[in-house]
Design a protein. Structure first.
Length: 178
């Protein structure tokens, strides 16, 4: 089911909310903490292109911003809040199902210093990438599900910088504004 030729994507703005449980991932020997908790991500994005390409890879590019709100339950109670710009490529050749790939990164303020051994600073950065799909329920509303890999680090601005990682399986909802 190809996208209708009269459909215009460019300039379409979407707001959304996804949430999920953080699952710890240790990649390096110095990463001893298992970061468990909940992450909530309200977002906004705007389509920069109408669908481009042909075949299954036909898609649209969007730019957006996302708020990251993290509630850590293990290894200790902690939190983080940040803002990350993001880039999204949405595949448009599958009818109401729209798979996508996305990534972003930006500053993250936390209270990790003294609570998470790998991070010696409250000022950190969150870098993430993932994939998912939206399913159009109506002209403006869609369900969203996917997964992300996320890395938190202070980028060497403090002596402790082992970094912490987590995978975030998520579910959510989005609405097209105009």
């Amino acid at each position: 089911a190809a996208e209708a030729p009269s459909t215009t994507w460019i300039g379409t703005q979407t707001v959304g909310l996804v949430a999920g449980g953080m699952l710890p991932v240790r990649l390096m020997e110095g990463q001893s903490s298992k970061l468990n908790g909940v992450a909530v991500h309200p977002s906004w994005q705007i389509a920069l292109t109408d669908p481009i390409g042909a075949g299954w890879w036909r898609g649209s590019i969007a730019l957006g911003a996302e708020l990251a709100v993290l509630g850590i339950t293990q290894p200790t109670g902690a939190y983080g809040i940040g803002l990350t710009p993001k880039l999204i490529y949405t595949f448009t050749s599958f009818g109401p199902l729209k798979p996508y790939v996305e990534g972003g990164g930006g500053p993250l303020w936390t209270n990790f210093d003294g609570r998470i051994p790998e991070q010696g600073s409250d000022f950190n950065f969150l870098v993430w990438g993932g994939t998912g799909a939206t399913y159009d329920l109506a002209a403006r509303w869609a369900l969203n599900a996917g997964g992300r890999f996320s890395h938190i680090s202070n980028a060497g601005t403090d002596s402790q910088n082992g970094g912490v990682n987590y995978v975030l399986p998520f579910f959510g909802v989005s609405a097209k504004l105009f």
